[in-house]
Write a protein of this length. Structure first.
Lengths: 315, 315
């Protein structure tokens, strides 16, 4: 028996056939084309799943259930996406729609960040952890919480918004309306903003040469410059690490998870990022004298986490 | 059948006989005298329990179990207080010690803030909530998290330190070693510090008259002054409310608890405090457009929460 896992992303819809050990047997994807509206997107999602099954000589009857990892506030009890502003949905019965289109009885849903955290907790970097928290450093700072193998998202399914913990009161403007949210500092977007601001101050910084101009700054620019001995680049990296460590320490003081895993492109800096983070968190976390310390590590499932997490939603 | 609930506090040891509906049938207390060391304190705790039982014509055999709400990091699985700096304990097998002194087989333990939250979630202000968070505004800002009727405190039992979320990076010095922790702003201590600082600036403030001098400032001083139209007092209250609302919004964005209850002396200000808090949190929380909003309310069990929570630890 297999599970059908679907990761509904802003850019692509990815679907995977997943076995009982949560290995992906086969996967495929199509562009989301979110601007066309959710009804058309769902037609494409169903067609993608049917083609994936056919290409692998399977039928929908071979799937125990389907799971969807979706953006937005996902009511896992009702199968309804209550609100999503990326792919626009408002009280959209996404599970029922897919169920009818595919002719499969059981369709489970949850938020994409929560689903990715579930995948990491079951078969990824946090495998076997009694409590696991996943942080994703992307356009924003995403959060997912898994306790005893179950996603925690609060009584209204809207919790785990770890990026929206204010760490600098009255600080940088956040898209959520507040000021000083962790994600304004520690997302890839935050890093790019810090880099641009420093470049505007430091006209002789190597960062100008490395990225080719202010409009092509990336999350790598400051790290590359620091590695080459650039002072301004080092200042950006040190500031970024300081804010990221502050937010991670907050999360650890709240959850004391067995594993805290970090995903997103910024993590490609590897130990160059992780080592100083561990050092600061190790010094600052409230339980620093405890024999048991949270393991801080990179997420390992990458883009597959959504598919695997979606496929695990019915377990 | 009854449960024996013990609240081991910095000032007093309180013990209660609690029935199956978690009502306190009888209670008594003695001073802790923590400076005498934990061994002597435990003698007094056992004597207190024995006297309480005798005074109520009961014996230890009438108790299904005993529970202890203790300060510090309490390993509920082993019955050991791993670390407490208030009443000094380091890997102290408190459950075993009380078990032997009282001749009762089962003794459960947990942290005092967690136990109080459990009591509120079971029979207090958060009764029946699928997820409840309790915040206590005292010397520090205490936190307790109850999910599906169970205390959540992380894999090492040291979590739920909600007061140690930094909300102003590089801000006020906290006793935990970090700077800018929520508790440095929103505890009663934080309120008193803010009041003193404002009084030093505003020599003509009514606050001087109300409290009788800088050394007798209390958590009530600024609230009293604001009520009487004092500008400086109003500024202190508004600043205090702003920081408290910031931290509460953080907690709600993370947990989206069905109920968030607030305890501690500052709450005696009642709706004068709660109404503006609800207004700010209602505007700022990430899920403000959801149909389901966290109920923010005062804790109702007061000083009994520790006894009741302790008595509920074995349920």
């Amino acid at each position: 028996m297999y599970y059908l896992g679907i990761d509904l992303g802003g850019t692509n819809i990815a679907a995977g056939i997943v076995d009982e050990k949560l290995n992906i047997v086969a996967k495929a994807s199509v562009p989301t084309g979110a601007q066309r509206g959710i009804d058309v997107v769902m037609d494409d999602m169903a067609a993608l799943c049917k083609k994936l099954l056919a290409d692998n000589n399977l039928t929908i009857a071979d799937m125990a259930y389907a799971g969807i990892a979706s953006p937005g506030t996902c009511n896992s009890a009702t199968g309804v996406v209550e609100f999503s502003n990326n792919i626009v949905m408002y009280n959209y019965p996404i599970a029922k729609v897919l169920s009818e289109k595919l002719g499969i009885e059981k369709v489970y849903i949850d938020n994409d960040a929560n689903s990715a955290a579930l995948a990491e907790a079951l078969v990824g970097s946090a495998k076997g952890a009694s409590c696991a928290v996943m942080i994703t450093l992307g356009t924003g700072v995403g959060g997912g919480i898994v306790i005893d193998g179950k996603i925690y998202s609060g009584f209204n399914h809207a919790g785990a918004e770890l990026g929206h913990i204010v760490i600098e009161k009255d600080g940088r403007q956040c898209t959520c309306g507040r000021r000083g949210c962790w994600e304004t500092y520690s997302s890839a977007t935050g890093l790019i903003n810090m880099t641009k601001e420093k470049m505007a101050e430091a006209k002789d910084s190597l960062m100008w040469e490395l990225c080719g101009g202010i409009d092509t700054v990336s999350g790598k620019t400051a790290f590359q410059a620091k590695r080459k001995g650039d002072k301004a680049g080092a200042e950006v990296v040190d500031m970024y690490v300081s804010y990221l460590a502050c937010g991670l320490t907050n999360v650890i003081n709240v959850f004391q998870p067995e594993v805290l895993c970090i995903g997103g492109g910024v993590c490609n800096e590897g130990e160059y990022l992780m080592a100083p983070l561990r050092e600061i968190v190790g010094k600052e976390n409230f339980a620093r004298n405890s024999d048991k310390q949270t393991t801080i590590t990179r997420a390992t499932l990458g883009n597959d986490a959504g598919i695997i997490g979606a496929a695990a939603l019915g377990l």
